[in-house]
Design a protein around this ligand. Sequence first.
Ligand code: UDX
Ligand code: ADP
Length: 454
Amino acid sequence: MKICCIGAGYVGGPTMAMIAKKCPEIDVMVVDINAERIAAWQSDELPIYEPGLLEVVQEARGRNLFFSTDIDEAIRAADVVFVSVNTPTKTFGEGAGRASDLQYWELCARRIKDVSTSDKIIVEKSTLPVRTADAMERVLHAGDKQVHFEVLSNPEFLAEGTAISDLESPDRVLIGGHETESGQVALQTLVDIYASWIPRERILTSNVWSAELSKLTANAFLAQRVSSINAISQLCEATEANVAEVAHAIGTDSRIGSKFLKASVGFGGSCFKKDILNLAYLCETYGLHEAAAYWQQVVDMNEFQQNRFVKTILSSMFNTIAGKRIAVLGFAFKADTGDTRESPAISVCKELASEQAQVVISDPKALDNAEKDLADATGIMFEEDPYEAVVDAHALAILTEWDVYKTLDYQRIFDAMEKPAFLFDGRNILDHTALHKIGFEVYSIGKGRLTHLD
Ligand code: UDX
Ligand code: ADP
């Protein structure tokens, strides 16, 4: 069997590498229009940072895992074509700022139709609005070609930073197919591929629309938990309750569960915001205005939480940060990735810069992306070494929960900073009492502040 995957990004690359590793008898060809990205996948400097990924790629690459820019040939040769291209939020026209921009996805569908000379299974991997498979089928079958395409929805649930373990041992794999004979045959083909390493009871099957909608729904529910605990963090700060204690107390209720209850400066990543906006837009499209407003609030709360973090910095530092050096530790949207898409650090740093602060950003893996994200902002510097970043800083803000920040020498950092030395822990990863004892003015999310000033 030959598989082709169109789109060598955060989803397509790791997912295909895992399939190739686990199914040595299947040839896996990953293609992309971006030649630089393909060259990086062919080298040991992979285009994305993901713990454990290089080992998986090295095991299969050249054996049954290949990367190429020859998209047409890869499609022609394949029995199964995964479509894993980006579907960002539309920035223009109808639905701008909310709807999914499907132009890259439709280009793929047209290309598949144009170059195919044999029947194929087309697998939607990209996150798409529910009922996209319908549109895809119409594009694929337009004209008079005698080739049959069977479209399946197989949304990817991996999270960045844990992609390899998520792929190796997922909670579930979801495959949606049509309830026709050819639909069920195609669905079984994909089930058998995953069954090479995933127990069959964890491979769920459904109709195509349920699979498409489940991906949006899963991300909306996860993001909703973060926005819910962040809303509670605001109340904690006002009442001397401690959000970590509240999260622990509710999380031990098995009906609620303990995951995704970490209060933070806000959620980021390529999926949550985009998918919820898309969900809300879809609801609007079907005239479901109340449902749209309900989900929109999850995004609004997230934006408020980021903005509130900057307001706390400003008000605690005597309402002026102009000219003050502020060290930002962490720019990635979460730990263990270099990805900065929708990272709360972007809006926080831009707002700090607009207050004329001198912002110095440090991050173990995301400085290149940070420079691109902030190309238009002024007064921003980049520094790999966190100990250099804090020299003469009035404040230190933690924006990503990198492990390395938990074990820095905070006495050394305090000594290097201006006084009073402010510390804003946007991820609640540090020992705040110990920092306060060193002399810091400590502000966190959802806990009372620890200061020497009042
Ligand atoms: C998410 C989904 O988890 C994944 O299933 C889907 O396939 C893609 O979207 P990802 O964006 O990689 O994955 O990261 P995730 O771990 O979900 O975190 C998203 C954001 O929420 C991060 O910014 C993270 O820091 C934040 N978060 C998460 C919190 O602020 N608190 C939490 O308790 C959990
Ligand atoms: P994700 O996080 O969903 O994987 P990425 O943006 O990381 O998204 O990856 C999507 C990839 O799809 C990019 O590398 C992009 O170049 C590629 N791509 C977009 N459109 C096409 C296309 N028409 N043909 C081939 N590759 C494409």
